[in-house]
Structures are given as structure tokens and as C-alpha cells.
Design a protein around this ligand. Structure first.
Ligand code: SF4
Ligand code: SF4
Length: 303
């Protein structure tokens, strides 16, 4: 699995960039997951967006605290103590910085030891599009670093940007600028701790239980304190006679609260299961039944 984190400022397009990358990866045959994280909507405020890419089902949920690749869409974020775009970057990871400076100058200025790639995508955006919206361009450099094919990338740009840009001429300009950036970056061999296959950056990782793979959800101050189990009207109940242990429900639970018992069967953490019943809908074997809660009680998992 590759984990990417985009850092930008409100209005630059970090959220869309993560989306375009996720779609490009999907069109290139991978599984992908992308989502943003921001507080109150405010132009110029630091925002973060994330993309996970894997050959296998993506079991992880929550923010990416240890990325393989960081895309810094605004250089000033590197000295912003709240944004901290380099926090958690894995050893051997890659940092892209949108700057007119060279990689060496950038490393020295910000005291960065890791692999730095630079390109002035703001200038390219202003020259080719006429405004500093960087979504397609940041997605382009990320796609190139990851190793996504050009056809898949082009398809993703056209699909995602056509939904938000109605002006055909502007859409063409965005696509051309994105492809220019894609081809301005050289493919990179990523050397983070999860070693990679020769010539391929996207790898398989073993299954992790939700407490490990979704630490942000399970961390103090999140779901456990809120006891979202109290929200349930129906509870999901597993029929192990029917369950094939495909783990689809584990992957689909938006709160990461389906665990796996010692026999390899899933069960819900009823303290936190909010009863959305996505697991019931998604189970291909119809092995999960919905049972009416007469009163919500926590800690009664059918394990
Ligand atoms: S009902 Fe929703 S929250 Fe509960 S286990 Fe299923 S998917 Fe997760
Ligand atoms: S999705 Fe259904 S069959 Fe697959 S592990 Fe979950 S309950 Fe079992």
C-alpha cells in the first residue's frame, strides 16, 4: 500500500487533487481511497487530503499519520507549525514541494534530509490556465511519482474536473497543464520501509485489526468517548453459518469497528457501532442480519 498526504491551502485544490489521484489509480487497476480533512471552510487555511493506493482491498480507515509521499502545494506550509506537512513521513519517503527553488535549495532551506522533488506548479498554472488552482497539477506530480499510467491519469483528470468545471475551454487548459506537469516529473523508485516490488511502487500489506489500522478513529477523544453505539436503531448480527470470511464488511465499515475473532470471523464493537448497516448492505453472502434495538446497550458484542 502507498499512503499519500496532500497539504495545501483552502482554495488551492488539495481535496480534488487527492480525488483525481485516487480515480487515476482506480482507472489504472488499483484499489484507492481518498478523502479530505479540514476544519471550518476558510480560503487560505491549511487543509490536508489523503489517498491510499493498493492492489488489495484497503482495510485502513482514518487519517494517514505516516505517509510514504507528501505533496506540499504551498511552500509556506513547510514553516507553518500547525500544518507540519513533514510529520510522520516514513524513512525513505518522498516530498514534493511546489516552489521555484531547486530540490537542493529546498532541502537546505527547510533542513530536509529526505528525497525532495520540486516544480513550480503555481507558475505553470498561471501560465497555462490563468489562475492558481492546482488540483490537476498536484495530482499530476503525485500520479507520476506513484507510477500511474498517463492514460489513466488523463482519464481521471477529465472525469473529476469535468464535474466541477463547466467551461470546456478551461477544462482543456487544466488537462493540458496537468499533463505538462505529469511529464515534467521523472518516475521515482519509492524506498519506504514497506519494501517494494521491482519496478512497482504499489504493494500488498497484511491485514491489520481496526484498532491498529484505524488509530485515529479508536484514539481517545473520538468514537470511544462518544459511545456511538447509543445511536443504533438496528444492530448488525453475524450468522457464522453463512459467513464466508471474505472481510468485505470489515473493509466497508465507515467507523472501523468490525474486528475479527480468533477463528477469523468478523464481529462488531457494539460500543462504537452506530448502526448504519452498511455492513448488512455490503455483505455478498447476506450473512449479517439487522436486529431491532429495543434499547441501546453497549459492550454486548456477539462474539
Ligand atoms: S452497522 Fe455500520 S457502524 Fe455498525 S458495524 Fe456495520 S458498518 Fe460498522
Ligand atoms: S462481508 Fe459477509 S461473508 Fe464477508 S466476512 Fe463479512 S459477514 Fe462474512
Amino acid at each position: 500500500m502507498l499512503r499519500l498526504r496532500f497539504h495545501g491551502r483552502g482554495g488551492q485544490g488539495a481535496k480534488v487533487a487527492s480525488r483525481v489521484l485516487g480515480t487515476a489509480a482506480f482507472l489504472d487497476g488499483y484499489n484507492a481511497q481518498d478523502f479530505p480533512l479540514y476544519g471550518a471552510e476558510k480560503r487560505g487555511a491549511p487543509i490536508t487530503a489523503f489517498t491510499r493506493i493498493s492492489r488489495e482491498n484497503i482495510m485502513e480507515r482514518g487519517v494517514i499519520s505516516e505517509p510514504d509521499i507528501v505533496i506540499v502545494m504551498d511552500e509556506t506550509l513547510l514553516s507553518d507549525p500547525q500544518a507540519m506537512p513533514l510529520s510522520g513521513l516514513k524513512k525513505g519517503g518522498i516530498i514534493f514541494v511546489n516552489t521555484p527553488n531547486s530540490p537542493l535549495e529546498t532541502k537546505e532551506r527547510y533542513n530536509i534530509a529526505d528525497h525532495v522533488i520540486t516544480l513550480d506548479i503555481t507558475k505553470i498554472s498561471l501560465d497555462m490556465i490563468g489562475n492558481p488552482v492546482l488540483s490537476g497539477l498536484a495530482a499530476a506530480v503525485a500520479s507520476r511519482i506513484v507510477g500511474i499510467g498517463e492514460d489513466a491519469f488523463r482519464g481521471a483528470v477529465e472525469k473529476e474536473l469535468s464535474g466541477i468545471i463547466s467551461d470546456r475551454e478551461l477544462l482543456v487548459k487544466n488537462t493540458e497543464a496537468a499533463l505538462y506537469c505529469y511529464n515534467a516529473i521523472m518516475p521515482v523508485q519509492i524506498k519506504t520501509a514497506e519494501s517494494i516490488r521491482e519496478g512497482e511502487n504499489v504493494i500488498t500489506i497484511p491485514f491489520e485489526i481496526a484498532l491498529v489500522s484505524s488509530p485515529a478513529i479508536n484514539a481517545t477523544g473520538n468514537t470511544p468517548l462518544r459511545r456511538t453505539g447509543n445511536w443504533r436503531v438496528f444492530r448488525p448480527v453475524w450468522d457464522y453459518e453463512v459467513c464466508t470470511r471474505c472481510m468485505t464488511c470489515v473493509a466497508r465499515c465507515p467507523d472501523g469497528c468490525i474486528h475479527v475473532n480468533e477463528d477469523g470471523y468478523p464481529y462488531a464493537d457494539y460500543d462504537n457501532c452506530k448502526g448504519c448497516l452498511i455492513c448488512v448492505e455490503e455483505c455478498p453472502a447476506k450473512a449479517i442480519n439487522k436486529v431491532r434495538e429495543m434499547h441501546s446497550r453497549s459492550g454486548e458484542g456477539d462474539r
